[in-house]
Unconditional design. Structure first.
Length: 54
């Protein structure tokens, strides 16, 4: 059900065509930062819920 090598290559080629070679690293960096912020938000939300057991 996961992505295979052929699918990943097609996605990479499409990204290069749409955004250009210079924009892809910037796009990847911003996606990584967004994922990091999202996961830290989930962790802090879970710890807030755990503390509400009065």
């Amino acid at each position: 059900m996961g992505l295979g090598t052929a699918e990943l290559l097609i996605i990479l080629v499409l990204l290069l065509l749409v955004f250009g070679g210079s924009q892809v690293p910037r796009l990847a960096r911003s996606l990584g930062q967004a994922q990091k912020e999202f996961s830290s938000g989930l962790e802090s939300g879970m710890s807030d819920e755990d503390g509400d057991d009065d």
